[in-house]
Design a binder for this molecule. Sequence first.
Ligand code: ZN
Length: 234
Amino acid sequence: MRVLKDIFRKNRAWAQGETERDPNFFKDLEAQQSPEILWIGCADSRVPANQIMGMSPGEVFVHRNIANVVVHSDFNCLSVLEYAVAILKVRHVIVCGHYGCGGVKAAMENHKLGLIDNWLRHIKDVRSKHENVLAACADNATELDTLCELNVIEQVHNVCHTTIVQDAWDRGQELAVHGWIYRLKDGLLNDLGSCVTHSDELSEIYRLAVDSTKEAGSSGIFHRTDLEKNHENK
Ligand code: ZN
Protein backbone atom coordinates (compact mmCIF):
# COMPACT_ATOMS: atom_id res chain seq x y z
CA MET A 1 0.00 0.00 0.00
CA ARG A 2 1.64 3.13 -1.27
CA VAL A 3 -0.32 5.42 1.04
CA LEU A 4 0.90 3.57 4.13
CA LYS A 5 4.50 3.56 2.92
CA ASP A 6 4.21 7.32 2.44
CA ILE A 7 3.05 7.70 6.02
CA PHE A 8 6.22 6.07 7.41
CA ARG A 9 8.37 8.15 5.06
CA LYS A 10 6.61 11.37 6.10
CA ASN A 11 6.78 10.35 9.77
CA ARG A 12 10.56 9.98 9.58
CA ALA A 13 10.90 13.30 7.79
CA TRP A 14 8.71 14.99 10.40
CA ALA A 15 10.63 13.48 13.36
CA GLN A 16 13.92 14.55 11.78
CA GLY A 17 12.61 18.07 11.14
CA GLU A 18 11.41 18.45 14.75
CA THR A 19 14.77 17.22 16.10
CA GLU A 20 16.68 19.63 13.86
CA ARG A 21 14.46 22.48 15.05
CA ASP A 22 14.80 21.49 18.71
CA PRO A 23 17.21 18.67 19.66
CA ASN A 24 15.33 18.18 22.99
CA PHE A 25 11.85 18.09 21.44
CA PHE A 26 11.18 14.36 21.90
CA LYS A 27 13.15 14.10 25.15
CA ASP A 28 10.96 16.82 26.66
CA LEU A 29 7.78 15.27 25.30
CA GLU A 30 8.72 11.87 26.69
CA ALA A 31 9.42 13.31 30.13
CA GLN A 32 5.92 14.71 30.62
CA GLN A 33 2.84 16.15 28.99
CA SER A 34 1.51 19.36 30.44
CA PRO A 35 -1.22 20.62 28.14
CA GLU A 36 -3.29 23.60 29.24
CA ILE A 37 -6.12 22.69 26.89
CA LEU A 38 -8.56 19.83 26.51
CA TRP A 39 -10.13 19.84 23.04
CA ILE A 40 -13.44 18.04 22.53
CA GLY A 41 -14.07 18.05 18.81
CA CYS A 42 -15.64 16.23 15.88
CA ALA A 43 -13.96 13.11 14.49
CA ASP A 44 -14.18 14.70 11.01
CA SER A 45 -10.79 14.32 9.32
CA ARG A 46 -10.83 17.97 8.26
CA VAL A 47 -10.77 19.30 11.82
CA PRO A 48 -7.42 18.29 13.39
CA ALA A 49 -7.15 20.05 16.76
CA ASN A 50 -3.41 20.77 16.96
CA GLN A 51 -3.05 21.81 13.37
CA ILE A 52 -5.86 24.36 13.21
CA MET A 53 -4.75 25.96 16.49
CA GLY A 54 -1.14 26.00 15.30
CA MET A 55 -0.05 23.99 18.36
CA SER A 56 2.48 21.21 18.80
CA PRO A 57 2.01 17.70 20.20
CA GLY A 58 2.04 17.93 24.00
CA GLU A 59 0.11 21.20 24.05
CA VAL A 60 -3.43 19.87 23.60
CA PHE A 61 -5.20 16.88 25.14
CA VAL A 62 -7.77 15.67 22.62
CA HIS A 63 -11.06 13.79 22.59
CA ARG A 64 -13.00 13.44 19.36
CA ASN A 65 -16.24 11.75 18.40
CA ILE A 66 -18.94 12.19 15.80
CA ALA A 67 -20.33 15.72 16.10
CA ASN A 68 -18.46 16.59 19.34
CA VAL A 69 -21.14 15.29 21.65
CA VAL A 70 -20.71 15.15 25.45
CA VAL A 71 -23.09 12.65 27.04
CA HIS A 72 -23.22 12.05 30.78
CA SER A 73 -23.21 8.27 30.34
CA ASP A 74 -20.26 8.18 27.89
CA PHE A 75 -17.42 6.87 30.05
CA ASN A 76 -14.91 7.31 27.27
CA CYS A 77 -15.47 11.07 27.10
CA LEU A 78 -15.90 11.41 30.88
CA SER A 79 -12.65 9.53 31.52
CA VAL A 80 -10.77 11.88 29.18
CA LEU A 81 -12.41 14.87 30.86
CA GLU A 82 -11.56 13.62 34.34
CA TYR A 83 -7.95 12.85 33.48
CA ALA A 84 -7.55 16.25 31.83
CA VAL A 85 -9.17 18.24 34.64
CA ALA A 86 -8.20 16.32 37.79
CA ILE A 87 -4.75 15.01 36.85
CA LEU A 88 -3.35 17.19 34.06
CA LYS A 89 -5.08 20.26 35.52
CA VAL A 90 -5.88 21.83 32.15
CA ARG A 91 -7.11 25.40 32.43
CA HIS A 92 -9.37 25.35 29.38
CA VAL A 93 -11.86 22.85 28.00
CA ILE A 94 -12.81 23.72 24.43
CA VAL A 95 -15.83 22.13 22.79
CA CYS A 96 -15.34 22.79 19.10
CA GLY A 97 -17.89 22.04 16.42
CA HIS A 98 -17.69 22.87 12.75
CA TYR A 99 -20.08 24.22 10.15
CA GLY A 100 -21.29 21.64 7.65
CA CYS A 101 -20.86 18.83 10.20
CA GLY A 102 -21.99 15.53 8.65
CA GLY A 103 -23.25 14.20 11.98
CA VAL A 104 -25.37 17.28 12.62
CA LYS A 105 -26.63 17.19 9.02
CA ALA A 106 -27.66 13.54 9.35
CA ALA A 107 -29.52 14.35 12.58
CA MET A 108 -31.29 17.21 10.84
CA GLU A 109 -32.32 15.23 7.77
CA ASN A 110 -33.73 12.25 9.65
CA HIS A 111 -32.30 9.59 7.31
CA LYS A 112 -31.99 6.08 8.75
CA LEU A 113 -28.29 5.18 8.87
CA GLY A 114 -28.11 2.37 11.43
CA LEU A 115 -26.28 2.21 14.77
CA ILE A 116 -25.14 5.81 14.48
CA ASP A 117 -28.78 6.96 14.68
CA ASN A 118 -28.63 6.17 18.40
CA TRP A 119 -25.66 8.52 18.80
CA LEU A 120 -27.26 11.19 16.63
CA ARG A 121 -30.35 11.01 18.85
CA HIS A 122 -28.49 13.39 21.18
CA ILE A 123 -28.31 16.00 18.41
CA LYS A 124 -31.94 15.36 17.50
CA ASP A 125 -32.74 16.24 21.11
CA VAL A 126 -30.87 19.54 20.64
CA ARG A 127 -32.88 20.13 17.47
CA SER A 128 -36.20 19.51 19.26
CA LYS A 129 -35.18 21.72 22.17
CA HIS A 130 -34.50 24.67 19.85
CA GLU A 131 -37.25 24.00 17.31
CA ASN A 132 -38.39 27.62 17.32
CA VAL A 133 -34.93 29.06 16.65
CA LEU A 134 -34.36 26.61 13.80
CA ALA A 135 -37.81 27.18 12.26
CA ALA A 136 -36.99 30.90 11.96
CA CYS A 137 -33.87 30.25 9.84
CA ALA A 138 -34.02 31.64 6.33
CA ASP A 139 -32.97 28.45 4.53
CA ASN A 140 -31.66 24.92 5.05
CA ALA A 141 -27.98 25.96 5.00
CA THR A 142 -28.57 28.55 7.71
CA GLU A 143 -30.58 26.02 9.72
CA LEU A 144 -27.68 23.55 9.55
CA ASP A 145 -25.15 26.22 10.59
CA THR A 146 -27.40 27.27 13.47
CA LEU A 147 -27.88 23.68 14.64
CA CYS A 148 -24.08 23.20 14.53
CA GLU A 149 -23.74 26.26 16.80
CA LEU A 150 -26.56 25.18 19.14
CA ASN A 151 -25.03 21.72 19.40
CA VAL A 152 -21.75 23.25 20.63
CA ILE A 153 -23.58 25.45 23.16
CA GLU A 154 -25.51 22.43 24.49
CA GLN A 155 -22.36 20.33 24.77
CA VAL A 156 -20.61 23.15 26.67
CA HIS A 157 -23.60 23.10 29.01
CA ASN A 158 -23.22 19.32 29.39
CA VAL A 159 -19.48 19.61 30.16
CA CYS A 160 -20.21 22.23 32.82
CA HIS A 161 -22.83 20.00 34.48
CA THR A 162 -20.55 16.99 34.82
CA THR A 163 -19.51 16.09 38.36
CA ILE A 164 -15.92 16.47 37.12
CA VAL A 165 -16.20 20.16 36.24
CA GLN A 166 -18.56 20.94 39.14
CA ASP A 167 -16.11 19.36 41.61
CA ALA A 168 -13.19 21.27 40.08
CA TRP A 169 -15.01 24.57 40.51
CA ASP A 170 -16.07 23.62 44.06
CA ARG A 171 -12.45 23.06 45.06
CA GLY A 172 -11.50 26.43 43.55
CA GLN A 173 -9.67 25.09 40.51
CA GLU A 174 -9.28 27.62 37.71
CA LEU A 175 -11.12 26.14 34.74
CA ALA A 176 -12.89 27.76 31.79
CA VAL A 177 -15.17 25.86 29.41
CA HIS A 178 -15.46 27.36 25.92
CA GLY A 179 -17.68 26.78 22.88
CA TRP A 180 -16.00 27.35 19.51
CA ILE A 181 -16.92 26.63 15.93
CA TYR A 182 -14.66 26.05 12.96
CA ARG A 183 -15.45 27.03 9.39
CA LEU A 184 -14.10 24.59 6.81
CA LYS A 185 -14.48 27.21 4.09
CA ASP A 186 -11.77 29.54 5.41
CA GLY A 187 -10.11 27.55 8.22
CA LEU A 188 -11.12 30.08 10.86
CA LEU A 189 -12.25 29.46 14.43
CA ASN A 190 -15.01 31.52 16.04
CA ASP A 191 -15.91 31.81 19.69
CA LEU A 192 -19.64 31.29 20.31
CA GLY A 193 -19.63 33.44 23.43
CA SER A 194 -20.47 30.56 25.74
CA CYS A 195 -17.37 30.58 27.96
CA VAL A 196 -18.18 29.53 31.53
CA THR A 197 -15.74 29.83 34.43
CA HIS A 198 -18.04 29.19 37.41
CA SER A 199 -21.35 27.43 38.18
CA ASP A 200 -23.00 30.77 39.04
CA GLU A 201 -22.69 32.13 35.50
CA LEU A 202 -23.77 28.94 33.75
CA SER A 203 -27.48 29.65 33.20
CA GLU A 204 -27.02 33.27 32.14
CA ILE A 205 -24.23 32.53 29.65
CA TYR A 206 -26.19 29.61 28.22
CA ARG A 207 -29.21 31.87 27.68
CA LEU A 208 -27.16 34.64 26.06
CA ALA A 209 -25.33 32.19 23.78
CA VAL A 210 -28.59 30.64 22.57
CA ASP A 211 -30.03 34.15 22.02
CA SER A 212 -26.99 35.02 19.88
CA THR A 213 -27.70 32.13 17.52
CA LYS A 214 -31.29 33.37 17.32
CA GLU A 215 -30.13 36.82 16.21
CA ALA A 216 -27.67 35.30 13.76
CA GLY A 217 -30.12 32.68 12.49
CA SER A 218 -31.62 34.83 9.75
CA SER A 219 -28.24 35.86 8.33
CA GLY A 220 -26.20 32.77 9.13
CA ILE A 221 -23.47 34.89 10.67
CA PHE A 222 -22.63 34.61 14.32
CA HIS A 223 -22.60 37.94 16.16
CA ARG A 224 -20.06 38.43 18.89
CA THR A 225 -21.64 39.19 22.24
CA ASP A 226 -20.36 41.49 24.94
CA LEU A 227 -19.95 38.42 27.11
CA GLU A 228 -17.62 36.88 24.59
CA LYS A 229 -15.52 40.02 24.60
CA ASN A 230 -15.47 39.98 28.42
CA HIS A 231 -14.17 36.42 28.38
CA GLU A 232 -11.64 36.92 25.65
CA ASN A 233 -8.68 36.90 28.00
CA LYS A 234 -9.69 33.91 30.06
ZN1 ZN B 1 -18.47 16.90 12.19
